[in-house]
Design a protein around this ligand. Structure first.
Ligand code: ACM
Length: 606
């Protein structure tokens, strides 16, 4: 057990046999001895929440989520319920011990960081009396208190994950005593959700925020635009959604499949929807990072505003929102018109999303149209660039500086490291620096670790999300029963053994690894149930990788993880998650006859 936090209560009767560890997921950092000779804590209609300054939002969440599941009011403590001081032993006044005390502690912040917490429900007031002390959750900040509240919900049992009590007559609930200190390994614990390929209605996004919170994940990267759909209302450019938010039909399965879903598909989030999503996330200490993908993956935008495309190469007025999958040759024209258009779009994006980071994509931009375009070639000549790769860097640098001027940070897929800035010769992928990016620019390393290693060595922050490990669209098993199987086989155990920090980095360089993210591309996921199937249970393993300080991959206690997973499946059941069962898909989860594209053997980028 690591160094004890000075605030962590000590049980004075700890000579007793150690209590079994609660089945938390993700695993907590350290457990103190739970008291012997005391039964579980009883929660009843008299139980109150004392929310000290800054924790009122956590109290609101507890009341709405755990209150709904248990049927208990979890009322606010009134003055005569309060201990009236920081006396950890609590008070004998009415409700004194029958309290959940939430507080922010600078000492916890110092020892465990802002997202750390100490959960203490182990000690008593020392007199052996039956009332004991209050349950206390102290966080390094409100976020830490919130993660402690998630632990409390897991300790309460699977029924605490439902929206109403199963036994409405029950007047009491019990929760085992525990003393826990905990803190995340990484500050960025994310999931990317592709709502462009298949739109997930707003309720589904809010539901995913709840699922992330339940796993102590704190970043939702929303992939809002792509060739197949534009999902964010932009007041200045209404055609982006009027035309760009829907497609006439959709390829069913991999692009080589002969099948089509002939139903129109689409949808978008209004500004108010997105403000609601951002606020709902903030109440769960989750940051929403919006992605507007440029200069590739832009056919939906070009279909809406043909002047954005390479009109001297193709007839951009004939383009429609793309109805199939793959890397698309129809990319943005590198013109002033395009730059101004996306500045206007980003102005509206910034007004809705307060996150420090804005993702501008930058991935998979084929250069064929730029090679053929007199306009693009003139721009290359005018800027003195060596070719199309440098033109892409110029494009990205423009938005990097534009965002930095507005106090935000650009994050992009690892292609943003490619190309050179002619003002900085020698810089580039793997080189001493990055191609002219501002120091605050960060990289989502998806084509393996290499981009992340290069970025960290160049002093840029990195989010590790290699497709070989944490692309959850990839199949979970080699069986042909997997629905629309694509990519590599990446099992629950594979994800559990994922290590975000590559050994090539020095300790100093590794500080640039902000964290890690699982990516959920939805080409072959046309419903919430399909998304659930691909995401779960693997997101639980991912959450443990992102939160817990695990040993090196080969030494990880996979058996202990599976033991805790047996309990976690019952939480997922209560939450209504349509996960992949350990034995393979339910009959209704299969998609017989829909072509996938399984990749055998070693992935291409390792
Ligand atoms: C990506 O998977 N194209 C970022």
């Amino acid at each position: 057990m690591p160094e004890r936090h000075p605030d962590a209560p000590t049980d004075h009767r700890s000579a007793a046999a150690p209590a079994p560890r609660p089945e938390l997921l993700p695993q907590a950092r350290a457990f103190g001895p739970a008291p012997s000779g005391r039964g579980p804590r009883v929660l009843d209609e008299e139980t109150v929440i004392e929310a000290r300054p800054g924790t009122e939002g956590v109290a609101r969440w507890l009341r709405s989520a755990v209150g709904a599941a248990t049927g208990l009011p979890l009322a606010e403590a009134h003055d005569d319920d309060r201990a009236g001081s920081d006396d950890p032993a609590g008070s004998k006044v009415n409700g004194g011990a029958n309290r959940i005390v939430l507080s922010i502690s600078p000492r916890v912040e110092r020892h465990l960081g802002p997202e750390g917490y100490v959960y203490s429900d182990g000690d008593s007031d020392g007199d052996g009396g039956s009332d004991g002390a209050a349950l206390r959750i102290e966080g390094g900040s409100a976020a830490g208190v919130f993660w402690g509240a998630q632990t409390f919900r897991q300790l309460l049992g699977p029924e605490a994950f439902r929206r109403a009590p199963l036994d409405t007559a029950a007047r009491e609930r019990t929760v085992p005593r525990a003393v826990i200190e905990d803190a995340p390994r990484f500050a960025w614990r994310g999931m990317m959700l592709d709502v462009a390929r298949h739109f997930l209605p707003k309720d589904g996004v809010l539901r995913y925020l709840d699922l992330l919170a339940a796993h102590k994940l704190n970043v939702l990267h929303l992939h809002l635009t792509d060739d197949q759909g534009w999902r964010i209302e932009i007041d200045r450019y209404p055609e982006l959604t009027a035309t760009g938010a829907w497609r006439e039909r959709t390829k069913l399965g991999h692009r080589a499949s002969p099948l089509w879903d002939e139903r129109p598909h689409g949808g978008y989030y209004t500004k108010d929807d997105l403000r609601e999503i951002v606020a709902y996330a903030a109440a769960r200490h989750i940051t929403v990072v919006p992605e507007i993908d440029v200069p590739g993956h832009s056919q939906a935008a070009i279909a809406a505003y043909p002047e954005l495309g390479n009109a001297d190469v193709i007839d951009t007025t004939s383009l429609k929102v793309w109805d199939t999958w793959g890397v698309n040759p129809n990319v943005l024209a590198p013109t002033d018109t395009t730059l101004r258009f996306y500045e206007h779009v980003l102005e509206e994006v910034l007004a809705v999303f307060p996150a420090p980071f804005v993702h501008i994509g930058g991935d998979e931009c084929p250069k064929d149209q730029w090679k053929a375009s007199a306009t693009a070639q003139a721009r290359i000549a005018e800027l003195g660039l060596a070719g199309e790769d440098e033109l892409q860097s110029w494009f990205i640098r423009h938005f990097d500086r534009w965002l930095a001027d507005r106090g935000r940070r650009l994050i992009g897929w690892d292609e943003i490291l490619e190309g050179e800035d002619p003002r900085e010769p020698g810089a580039g992928r793997g080189g001493p620096s990055s191609p002219g990016l501002t120091p605050g620019a960060a990289v989502s390393s998806w084509r393996g670790y290499a981009g992340g290693i290069a970025a960290a060595r160049a002093g840029h922050d990195v989010v590790m999300c290699p497709e070989q490990q944490v692309y959850l669209d990839h199949r979970q098993h080699a069986s042909p029963d997997e629905p629309v199987p694509i990519g590599f086989v990446r099992t629950l155990e594979d994800v559990y053994r994922f290590e975000p920090v590559p050994p090539e980095l020095t300790e100093e360089q590794a500080t640039h690894v902000l964290g890690t993210q699982a990516n959920v591309w939805t080409e072959v996921m046309d419903s919430q149930a399909r998304v659930d199937y691909q995401v779960f249970p693997r997101l639980a393993a991912f959450a443990e990788v992102a939160w817990s300080r695990l040993p090196p991959p080969a030494d990880r206690d996979h058996q202990d993880f599976l033991r805790r997973m047996t309990v976690h499946y019952t939480r997922l059941d209560a939450l209504g998650v349509a996960y992949r069962p350990p034995g393979g898909p339910h009959p209704w989860q299969k998609r017989p006859g829909v072509l996938g594209r399984p990749i055998d053997g070693a992935p291409p980028n390792v």
